[in-house]
Design a protein around this ligand. Sequence first.
Ligand SMILES: [Zn+2]
Length: 323
Amino acid sequence: MDRVKDTAYRTLDGINREMRAALEACALPHDLVRLGRSARDNPIHAACIGDGDFAKPELLYFSGAHAMEFVGPAMCLGLLQFVAAQAPDSPIARALDRINIWFLPVLNPDGYLRIQRQLGAGPLGLAYGRANANGVDLNRNFPTGFYENRDSLFAGSTVKFSPYYRGKEPCSEPESRVFRDFVLNRNFRISIDFHCFGNFIGYPYGYSDKPCRDKDTFVQIAAEMVARQKGRKYRVMPMHKLYKVSGDTCDWLYDECRILAFTMEIAGLGFNLKDPQSALNPFHWANPRDPERHVQDNLEACLYLIDATLERFGHEADQINGD
Ligand SMILES: [Zn+2]
């Protein structure tokens, strides 16, 4: 079964199978890479569309840090399927002369599997949780601002049983280290991390209310994305406007790696009294019932990041090629 019981969401096996199928049918240069393994020894995969030349500026779509946020991996996989299906003479195929495009749908496979099991268990299938197999919130486990904001409820708790537990030290978790090493070994210039929910596009900082140096660039790019959203138009704001966090992945990507790191919080609160199953189940508060509609509504917006990578960084490939 490729779908989780009573939902429109794929199982982890389903995601991996569809990733492989999209790449097998892909007429463009591509690669499927096993980046490393999770705490429970599950592989973490990323796909590259492009020739993988390190010298080219790269774009990263990623998701699935938070166990229960299944709409993120659905978005990331939808983008991969769309890009992989492009013809060799399409504008996206031509963009690959200058850039590579990467997709990492499930950073926390142990968490995804745990939620998938919970959804399939019992008549209600109650499912909730963000953490990896060690109980750590991976999006609080990165070095930037790791020790900040102890007073905020959502920041990155030092309490092991909190859903926001940040871990003992920065990158204490295998998944965080796999991601860190992957990023440090590539040439990413723009990234977007898919989460839910909130109907907004966020940019740094999350750990501080200090303005980030590239605020104007973030806002310009996000405005172009919003203009391409087919459904609801999302708000654009620095991440700390929601609440201050510690150890946020995108703060680290921006501060340490100089990557224009966006976060997209897909959809709104799914709590619906008229639908008893979703009213009772935290999984359905976080995830919309109809992920494919949200994928389609946001597809063009997210594809704009290919143009943005090309426009802002594509010339670097020319310098390397010497033309
Ligand atoms: Zn999240």
